[in-house]
Design a protein around this ligand. Structure first.
Ligand SMILES: Cc1cc2nc3c(=O)[nH]c(=O)nc-3n(C[C@H](O)[C@H](O)[C@H](O)COP(=O)(O)OP(=O)(O)OC[C@H]3O[C@@H](n4cnc5c(N)ncnc54)[C@H](O)[C@@H]3O)c2cc1C
Length: 393
């Protein structure tokens, strides 16, 4: 059965990237049909609160990305609870698991990612929970209501946010991290060390290198990273490599098909090779970029500054740029005061900053990166150096 005869933009995935794209297309005056197909039955929602206030406050209200009515107001067809199972690239159609077929002029894959999990020998499987979707968050919320003792596996952003929320609610919580430091893939050592002390002072026990088969608790939250969703792209013969591979315009190896958000691996001037980023900034900015390309026909390179935030209790961590390849750092401010930033340098040049309770430096860093201002370690180390002045230089 074919449900729509007029091609237009078909967006697979009703997460941040997919929904932002649909509304950005209308903002860009795109007049053709726009369809969002979402495997989840829920009206599209914001994910960040799921591991923060939602858990800490025991909040049950959901923050939806847009009201239910706004889709109809913008003539956006939202199909919930149906999954695209196949892309027919020659016919320019997608097939859904309800047997329907939808034609497209442009197809955008905003498939997101799935949480990785692992078995825990001493905790019942139904109490070993991931934290990726609203359905997951409801289960974690229910666990927090009854559990006295929770294990968090993984000392990354989501694990630490969940742990801080549990501790705030008076639940005994232990974070088990396999690597030698917290958030090791994403932040510099100074911020890892600061966070370790902060969490311990705020009631979170943290254990490095534990044997998971020994862990006993009423339940566990597993935050050990995600696997990008690429199944239908792979099946359609699109290039994938830990994500759907796109070029600088965010097109896949088929020019009629784009990929954005958590599922896309893209080239960027902010790193030495292609990256896949999991952040609201990345999902939203890529959505706006593709909307502009489709609506105007202009073909330009995506170049937004990457940034991310994580609220762990009262600890506001913000990152600007991609700092994973840095080899030297310089601290701005006083670590002991609890408000500071760490400038990260690669080959003597500033590539980004990790900030703790220091939104001002974070914003300045983003503006510096956006302007392409080059700051060297020697310049930043000079007495009287001011990051803001570097911006106006
Ligand atoms: C708990 C949590 C807290 C977070 N906190 C922060 C934060 O503080 N700051 C920050 O910057 N980022 C944060 N993030 C990351 C951020 O939310 C994600 O990077 C962003 O939501 C990714 O959006 P997306 O649209 O690419 O993917 P998703 O939101 O995962 O959406 C993808 C959607 O596509 C659907 N889908 C997949 N395959 C199909 C198919 N074949 N057919 C139909 N639908 C399909 C999926 O079901 C899903 O609904 C957080 C993420 C989580 C999970």
């Amino acid at each position: 059965m074919t449900t729509s005869a007029v091609p237009g933009v078909v967006i697979v995935g009703g997460g941040q990237a997919g929904v932002d794209l649909a509304f950005s297309l209308r903002f860009e005056q795109y007049a053709g049909p726009v369809t969002v197909i979402s495997a989840e039955a829920e009206l599209p929602y914001r994910k960040p609160p799921l591991s923060k206030d939602h858990l800490a406050l025991g909040a049950t209200e959901t923050e939806y990305l847009r009201s239910g009515e706004s889709y109809a107001e913008e003539s956006i067809t939202l199909r919930l609870g149906v999954r695209v199972t196949e892309i027919e690239r020659t016919a320019h159609t997608v097939t859904l698991d309800d047997g329907t077929t939808v034609p497209y002029t442009h197809l955008v894959l905003a498939l997101g990612a799935e949480a990785r999990t692992l078995p825990m020998a001493n905790i019942p499987a139904d109490k070993v929970l991931s934290l990726r979707s609203l359905a997951d968050a409801r289960k974690v919320h229910a666990l927090f209501e009854t559990a006295a003792d929770i294990a968090v596996v993984g000392g990354g952003f989501i694990g630490l946010e969940a742990a801080a929320a549990a501790a705030k609610r008076g639940i005994k919580v232990t974070v088990y991290e396999a690597a030698p430091r917290l958030m090791g893939r994403a932040v510099c050592e100074t911020v890892s060390d600061f966070a370790l002390t902060w969490h311990r002072e705020h009631g979170v026990e943290i254990v490095f290198g534990a044997d998971l088969s020994e862990i006993r608790a009423d339940g566990a939250v597993v935050g050990i990273g995600v696997t990008p969703t690429t199944d239908i792209a792979e099946k359609a013969g699109l290039q994938t490599d830990d994500g759907i591979v796109v070029d600088e315009t965010l097109r896949t190896s088929d020019p009629a098909i784009f990929a954005i958000g958590d599922c896309a691996r893209f080239p960027t001037g902010f790193a030495s090779g292609p990256v896949r980023l999991e952040s609201i900034q990345n999902a939203s900015d890529q959505a706006r970029h593709v909307a502009h390309e489709i609506a105007t026909g202009e073909c330009s390179g995506y170049a937004s500054v990457p940034w991310f935030w994580s609220d762990q209790g009262d600890l506001a961590i913000k990152m600007a740029g991609i700092t994973s390849g840095h080899d030297e750092t310089l601290v701005l401010g006083n670590v002991d005061s609890g408000s500071f930033s760490v400038l990260c340098f690669a080959d003597g040049v500033l590539v980004g900053a990790d900030s703790v309770n220091d939104g001002k430096t974070h914003m300045t860093m983003r503006r510096l990166l956006a302007k392409g201002v080059r700051v060297t370690l020697a310049e930043a180390s000079a007495p009287g150096f001011d990051l803001k002045q570097a911006l106006s230089a």
